[in-house]
Ligand binder design. Structure first.
Ligand code: ZN
Length: 240
């Protein structure tokens, strides 16, 4: 699905850890090369490659990866990508986690134990293998709130903490389109705030929504897909 000219939404389905989920990375294309926004879960590498090949690209020809944040479903295929010449961009506060210098925040032992208890046995083995080999890669470019990246007609970096401390959303003013990462969700076609069960700091996450541009028309959420037109009005309703 095209998000806007030069931006293709990839659809990566996954069966695992006791459920099915679809996530939506984005490939940006142009004279500036190919840039992937978020990379899918570990184990979605083949699906990612197939989705890229369907639009004439490959994991091996990516120039950049922009990560909205450190969570496993966003950095899952980073090691394979970053093994090449790809430049990795993320917010300054997420870098220690993405680089493996700090333990990924959602991977605290208590939460992991709870998750394991709710998994079928086959999934448990898969999960434990993942735990002992979490994805990581060097972050080459540290991003800051309000920064304008001179790529694809302009990308505004908006620091939207709450879901994680260094979570960012990406705004494309020319297309009035926001890639929200996990700062927002789309549930049954409706735009919603972040998921409370996976957002440790909900007050901060809700305050982040107030920072979003007033003229945003479309929001692409990583979990749930596209909402719009009329996103700005809906965001106002959510903020209340
Ligand atoms: Zn996520």
């Amino acid at each position: 699905m095209q998000l806007f000219p030069g931006a293709e939404v990839l659809e990566l389905p996954m069966q695992g850890f006791g459920g099915t989920s679809v996530v939506y990375p984005v490939l940006l294309m142009g004279e500036e090369g190919a840039t992937l926004v978020d990379t899918g879960f570990p184990g979605q590498g083949d699906a990612l490659e197939a989705a890229l090949r369907a639009i004439g690209h490959s994991v091996s020809d990516l120039d950049r990866v922009i990560l909205t944040h450190q969570d496993i479903d966003h950095i899952g295929n980073l090691p394979a990508i970053a093994a090449g010449r790809t430049t990795v961009l993320a917010h300054r506060l997420e870098a220690p986690y993405i680089e493996g210098r700090e333990r990924l925040l959602k991977f605290n032992p208590e939460r992991m134990q709870r998750m394991l208890e709710h998994m079928p046995e086959a999934a448990q083995a898969q999960f434990k293998a993942l735990m002992s080999n979490l994805p990581k890669a060097q972050v080459d470019v540290l991003l800051e709130d309000g920064e304008e990246l001179p790529l694809y007609g302009g990308i505004r970096v908006i620091h939207t903490p709450g879901h994680t401390p260094g979570h960012i959303s990406l705004y494309f003013p020319r297309h009035r389109t926001l890639i929200s990462g996990d700062a927002m969700r789309v549930v049954n076609g409706q735009l919603e705030g972040p998921g409370p069960e996976v957002t440790p700091d909900m007050p901060t996450a809700m305050a982040s929504l107030a920072k979003l541009p007033q003229d945003v028309d479309y929001v692409l959420s990583y979990h749930g897909g596209l909402f719009g037109p009329g996103a700005a009005k809906r965001i106002q309703e959510i903020i209340g």
